[in-house]
Design a protein around this ligand. Structure first.
Ligand SMILES: [Zn+2]
Length: 195
């Protein structure tokens, strides 16, 4: 039986690899010419299916690589997190606050040359669980710990909040907007969650 899948859709699927059932992310690509398997830094598996190719062919291909895939996933899971953020303290917050503000302002300015949106106040906060937020009034808030982030994560966080000025939710249009300047936002988002 042929399973029907929507184009350009990214969806989680299950596949048996040896004695294990593994979840993988199915990606459809119009540009891809051949099958591609990726094991991400957190050990997640994704596979790219070129347009017009049957999914059974892809899953056969994945199963042929079972040993290699399982070994890679195990290795990725054993690896320590890419970086550990220092524990936040009130003192560090006060020390780094202005540095964080300057960084956020610079990045906002840079990306807003592209997006050209209106924002009001920028606040730097000491939060445990959020990197940033955007209020309905158009104020942008960032966690002071952005000063510790590699640039690609910082860029993503700034663009994410900037795009909320136009799209307040996380619906499709929001991600389309983000992808205009951060095409690999999906990977980055996953990596940030692992921090
Ligand atoms: Zn958001």
């Amino acid at each position: 039986m042929q399973r029907e899948i929507k184009l350009k859709n990214v969806s989680p699927r299950l596949i048996r690899l040896g004695r294990k059932i593994i979840e993988y992310e199915l990606r459809q690509s119009r540009r891809a010419r051949c099958l591609r398997i990726t094991i991400h830094p957190g050990g997640e598996l994704s596979a790219t299916l070129p347009q017009g190719m049957n999914i059974n062919k892809l899953e056969n291909f994945i199963q042929q690589k079972t040993d290699w895939i399982l070994r890679k996933i195990n290795l990725a899971k054993k690896r320590k997190p890419i970086m550990l953020l220092p524990k936040s303290s009130r003192r560090e917050y006060l020390e780094k606050k202005e540095e964080a503000r300057k960084l956020a302002e610079t990045k906002l300015k840079e990306f807003n040359e592209f997006y050209n949106l209106d924002y009001r106040r920028i606040s730097i906060r000491n939060q445990k669980t959020r990197w940033g937020s955007c209020s309905r009034k158009g104020n942008l808030n960032f966690n002071y710990r952005i000063v510790h982030l590699p640039e690609k994560y910082l860029d993503y966080i700034v663009v994410h909040e900037l795009c909320h000025l136009q799209e307040l939710n996380h619906a499709k249009n929001f991600w389309i907007l983000v992808a205009q300047t951060i095409p690999d936002y999906k990977e980055i988002r996953k990596e940030i969650r692992n921090l």
